[in-house]
Design a protein around this ligand. Structure first.
Ligand code: HDE
Length: 715
């Protein structure tokens, strides 16, 4: 992958503080702690003296009815009664953050006139919202699902939205199928089950009868469906857009985001458990990283096909169920996005942010991708139901450049436009269109002709080549995870026609895959299809490809497991080391509070303050953990079933586990894990994970880590 990031560029990027958008939002922000605010008022600004007691009629000791005339109480209740707005029809569950985008240089000028993509002196404010698709607003974060990856750019020329996903393809080719697809995946109509899952009859029924979804289903069932963090996902514009340069030349383009931290996922058991243990895990993870200064960062890249080469491929480049393999169309890295500020208030920012694929700026346009065409209609429309027709005036949605037009009125209109005329042309010459050579948006001139009919293009008919390409490109463990996931989902379908139809379809992708799933779910093993798997693979589809060159523990959650009698010097050294590596460290002890180290007298201020007790947080919520030495402490851990479970569970989830001195004995004797050996016994290749935990923080591994254990085999 071509990367243009230089050390100097990186330095400039991380020094940008508040963006123009964050400053713009200050116009509408209130700080209740600001001393210039005297105190509580009604919405109409009158000071309120009592917000606890409804106005009542009192007669001596008898307090009579509450009086409807209490305008203060009435207003409070009225406002409360109307707090809810419709949730998004899809992608209802999500979280967002502010950030900024910069390009490294002007190399994209050969493709586009868009300043946001070509002017390296610009810092364009952005707002990102990440989401799941299926579940409601209150559903869990770590469900198996596609993740939304929507970015709003507040450019000098207006808003540009890339409303993408963490998977580069989609379930359907034509927008007219979207309501069917969404109805099928959402909770079933008769009983509103299930929530936050695609593991049910209707979803698999639909995709089994709709072979164009075969490729996307493979991605959704792969580890991409259970990301470790929003910060560790790729993002894709999915649809084919266009760029136009100053010579009027047109290019087809796909947009990509690549996370600096690499692409990582949970294992399924972890994801399932976290749904219950901490349903807000991803939301909190984003907040924790930004607050700790480990700002989530993505490189931004484009794949470009000149207009003249549109038909050079054996797939249709306007078909959103296809990727453009990078060996055919290389990825060109242009810049990067950093998220550096959490929202001040969730509802006005994250809930009211509204994206629209039709929001583009000069130099960027659309293609005839039939999914995109429908999306361009749908997003504006849905915001009217959710937020009202003036949704683009809301603080989070308004651009940072001037807005002037003759659109007027509608519910909740904020803007006051002066003057006598609200149409064009007008006798005063105000509110005139801007010529294209002075910045007005130019539609890319394109020849259109043909017979009007309900059709799909010929190359849209092939559905399995790229599903095979994806499957073949996975590492063996990724393939196994996919088989497990598909088996899990299909075993939740209780109608045999559903799982048998699907395994039959899956045989067209890979016979062995279909056979294994059919056996797992108790279905009939399908016939071997006449057309075998073509066997081709490509490197960039496996998430292993995106591992950072320098392994890092930055922003990872590391737990230190202690009981009374632990070795304090080690814990202090480990904490310092993890801090250096920008990891977030948590001490887990028998109680939240002081845990006493070896030789210390119990009392306030001695030992170490445990952030959580054993029952309070589970191993699933951490990326790695380490057990210091200390005879008494190791003995206490060994007597505690929860602590033993911690280690066994983390082992099952393939997590790096470190231990020192008696901590090692605890692992060997109490936990009795299979396949565990001392790090020093292993070759340097196989110890890379546990070694990183200690060394990436520039910790002197010689003093403490000599006994660090490596879990050699898992799962
Ligand atoms: Fe969306 N999609 N979508 N979608 N989508 C919505 O808009 C729609 C599609 C995506 O964080 C809705 O504001 C149609 C593909 C994201 O606020 C709605 C079609 C991709 C989000 C809508 C698609 C997406 C949405 C619901 C097929 C990946 C969340 C609420 C033609 C490229 C944005 C809303 C946020 C949201 C329509 C297909 C991504 C109803 C008609 C493909 C990330 O307008």
């Amino acid at each position: 992958m071509a990367s243009a990031i230089s050390g100097a560029a990186k330095q400039i990027f991380t020094s940008v503080a508040d963006t123009a958008k964050v400053a713009d939002l200050q116009r509408d922000s209130i700080d209740p702690s600001d001393k210039t605010n005297k105190g509580l008022t009604t919405d109409s600004g009158t000071y309120v003296s009592d917000t606890d007691n409804w106005l009542k009629a009192q007669d001596g000791t008898h307090v009579g009815p509450s009086l409807l005339e209490d305008q203060i109480a009435r207003e409070k209740i009225h406002r409360f009664d109307h707090e809810r707005i419709p949730e998004r029809v899809v992608h209802a569950r999500g979280t967002g953050a502010h950030g900024y985008f910069k390009v490294y240089d002007d190399r994209a000028k050969k493709y586009t006139t868009a300043g946001v993509l070509t002017d390296p002196s610009r810092t364009t404010p952005t707002f990102a919202r990440f989401s799941t698709v299926q579940g409601s607003r209150g559903s869990a974060d770590t469900v198996r699902d596609v993740r939304g990856f929507a970015i709003k750019f507040y450019t000098q020329e207006g808003i540009w939205d890339i409303v993408g996903n963490n998977i580069p393809v989609f379930f359907i080719q034509d927008a007219i199928k979207f309501p069917d697809f969404v109805h099928a995946v959402k909770p079933e109509p008769h009983n509103e089950v299930p929530q936050g899952q695609s593991a049910h009859n209707n979803f698999w029924d639909f995709v089994g009868l709709q072979p164009e979804s075969a490729h996307m289903v493979m991605w959704a069932m792969s580890d991409r469906g259970i990301p470790r963090s929003f910060r560790m996902m790729q993002g894709f514009g999915v649809n084919t857009y266009t760029l136009v340069n100053d010579k009027g030349e047109k290019f087809f383009v796909k947009f990509h985001w690549i996370p600096e931290l690499g692409v990582h996922s949970f294992v399924w058991d972890e994801a399932l458990k976290i749904c219950g243990q901490d349903p807000d895990f991803h939301r909190k993870d984003l907040e924790e990283a930004i607050h700790s200064g480990a700002y989530p960062t993505w490189k931004f890249g484009i794949q470009v096909i000149p207009e003249a080469n549109e038909h050079d491929f054996d797939f249709d480049i306007l078909d959103a169920t296809k990727v453009w393999p990078e060996e055919l169309v290389p990825l060109e890295i242009l810049g990067e996005m950093v998220l550096n500020k959490t929202v001040d208030e969730f509802f006005p920012e994250t809930e009211q942010v509204a994206f629209c694929t039709a929001h583009v700026v000069p130099g960027i346009g659309f293609s005839d991708d039939p999914l995109l065409q429908g999306r361009n209609f749908s997003y504006f429309d849905t915001q009217i139901t959710r937020l009202g027709v003036n949704w683009e005036e809301l603080p989070i949605n308004r651009p940072v450049c001037p807005v002037l037009n003759h659109n007027r009125d509608g519910a909740m209109r904020h803007k006051i436009t002066k003057g006598q005329v609200n149409y064009w042309p007008n006798r005063l010459g105000v509110g005139a269109p801007v010529p294209t050579n002075q910045g007005g948006y130019a539609d890319i001139a394109t020849k259109v002709q043909g017979i009007k009919q309900r059709v799909r293009a010929p190359k849209f008919q092939e559905h399995f080549n790229q599903a095979q390409l994806f499957y073949n490109s996975l590492a063996p463990h990724e393939k196994q995870h996919l088989i497990n996931a598909m088996s899990f989902e299909l075993s939740h379908c209780d109608d045999p026609i559903v799982f048998e139809t699907y395994t039959k379809l899956a045989a067209n992708i890979d016979f062995e895959l279909a056979k294994q799933v059919a056996i797992n779910v108790g279905g009939i093993v399908p016939e071997k299809p006449a057309r075998p798997n073509h066997g081709k693979a490509t490197a960039t589809l496996s998430q292993l490809y995106y591992a950072p060159k320098e392994p890092t523990i930055a922003s990872r959650r590391i737990a230190i497991l202690v009981a009374d009698g632990f070795n304090l010097a080690e814990v202090e050294a480990l904490r310092a080391a993890f801090k250096l590596g920008q990891a977030t460290t948590f001490v887990i002890g028998p109680r939240r509070g002081w845990v006493y180290s070896a030789g210390q007298i119990a009392g306030k201020g001695t030992g170490v303050w445990a952030d959580h007790h054993y029952e309070g947080q589970r191993s699933t919520l951490f990326d790695a953990f380490i057990i210091p030495s200390g005879a008494e402490h190791a003995q206490k851990l060994a007597q505690n079933g929860r602590c033993i479970h911690w280690v066994r569970e983390a082992f099952g989830h393939l997590k790096p586990i470190g231990a020192i001195g008696e901590g090692v004995a605890f692992l060997h004797e109490a936990v009795q894990l299979p396949g565990v050996s001392l790090m020093s016994d292993l070759s340097s290749d196989s110890v890379v994970n546990s070694y990183d935990v200690v060394t990436a923080g520039k910790y002197d591994s010689g003093t403490v880590a000599a006994d660090t254990l490596k879990i050699a085999q898992g799962e």
